[in-house]
Design a protein around this ligand. Structure first.
Ligand code: FAD
Length: 339
């Protein structure tokens, strides 16, 4: 028996057939649903069930127990057992943000640190240009059917996208980009994807980045500053060494010009002369903000940081409705068998 799903506050309704997931049914109904891996890892399709009963058709590995307890489900795996009401946030310009396939040309690639390469892509002039919300990501579509997810590091502009790729040992795509890709190569991607973007609620916001997790946070901060958004924001950027904070000076310039923005770099293995914070960025954030009930938290970067950060932040009183994250899962985890 099909069940009706209502999106809170929007008047939108769609029906879900017995074998369908919430995500499949929403997409089939033409709705711009946030999603990523579609296999329960990335949690881009995380949503809170306000009323009704849902089961997951496989374990929702991307959710912590605290999120499950708070009523969150993953739409890619969730199947309704009754009619439902979902608290699914829809950005105002949602209709222009449906994921599509785009060609692009590489304008520039440049090492930003020992193992991070920056990539600048030129988009085709189109009647309807590519649009994204700062914080969202794209999937490169590789010739063999594989995909690779990378967050857009630039706030929306007319014609270019900036990305930051960690070149991991054994990482196929990033190593190809760094060492084999021709200048001005043509690539294809799908996007925009995900639901990691700054909500327009003006709440004080903590931003936690690990390594290249800085990429979507950079887009978020640049977008907010360009829009004159003066909510208090505090960025924690964790890395191993000082050189891994590959845009440290840029952040310091933002901070000089914008009194609402604070910045705490945190190094796990600093040189002796480092006078800043040491250790793990989520631990430092929690040490500075032991009580999080009035805050929003945006996190992106290594899965372990996101997992531990989630658990600590929710235990410190963060409202799960104001927790947003992109966990940078490796492709072999996100697409087992295809990664
Ligand atoms: C929403 C999202 C946004 C992301 N944004 C970014 C971003 O902005 N910047 C960024 O750097 N990363 C980002 N990532 C992470 C990135 O997509 C993955 O790390 C991706 O796998 C990198 O692709 P690759 O081909 O370079 O490396 P891969 O070939 O996928 O390898 C990545 C790592 O996995 C190891 N590995 C590969 N296969 C296996 C296996 N079978 N078993 C064990 N280990 C294996 C490799 O040795 C390497 O260390 C994001 C991920 C997600 C989900």
């Amino acid at each position: 028996m099909a069940h009706a799903v209502y999106l809170s506050g929007s008047g939108v309704r769609f029906d879900v057939a017995p074998e369908q997931s919430l995500l499949e049914a929403g997409l089939a109904a033409g709705l711009p649903m946030p999603y990523g891996c579609t296999s329960g890892s990335c949690a881009a399709c995380r949503v809170r069930v306000e009323s009704g009963v849902v089961t997951h058709r496989a374990p929702p590995q991307g959710l912590s127990q605290a999120e499950l307890d708070a009523g969150y489900v993953l739409m890619c795996l969730a199947q309704p057992q009754s009619d439902l009401r979902l608290a699914l946030h829809q950005p105002q310009d949602v209709s222009t943000l449906r994921p599509e396939t785009w060609p692009c040309r590489v304008l520039e690639r440049r090492w930003l640190s020992d193992d991070v390469i920056g990539l600048w892509l030129k988009l085709p002039r189109a009647e309807r240009p590519f649009r994204h919300l700062p914080g969202q990501y794209i999937d490169f579509l590789l010739e063999d059917g594989r995909r690779r997810s990378f967050s857009v590091a630039s706030a929306p502009n007319d014609a270019t996208l900036e990305l930051h790729l960690r070149v991991a040992p054994g990482g196929r795509f990033a190593n190809w980009v760094a060492h084999e890709m021709q200048d001005k190569a043509m690539l294809r991607f799908e996007g925009p994807l995900g639901a990691f973007y700054l909500r327009d609620d003006h709440r004080p916001s903590l931003l936690l980045a690990g390594g290249t997790g800085f990429s979507p946070i950079k887009a978020i901060i640049e977008g907010a500053l360009a829009n004159g958004d003066d909510r208090p924001m505090h960025l924690y950027w964790g890395a191993r060494h000082r050189n891994d904070l590959y845009m440290h000076e840029l952040v310091r310039q933002w901070v000089e010009r914008h009194p609402n923005l604070r910045y705490t770099p945190v190094l796990a293995e600093p040189d002796p002369e480092w006078t800043g914070a040491r250790g793990l960025p989520h631990a430092q954030l929690l040490a500075d903000y032991p009580e999080l009930s009035g805050q929003s938290l945006y996190m992106s970067g290594p899965p372990a940081m996101v997992r531990n950060g989630k658990a600590l932040a929710l235990a410190a009183g963060l409202d799960a409705d104001h927790l947003y994250y992109d966990s940078f899962e490796d492709a072999h985890t996100t697409w087992p068998g295809l990664g």
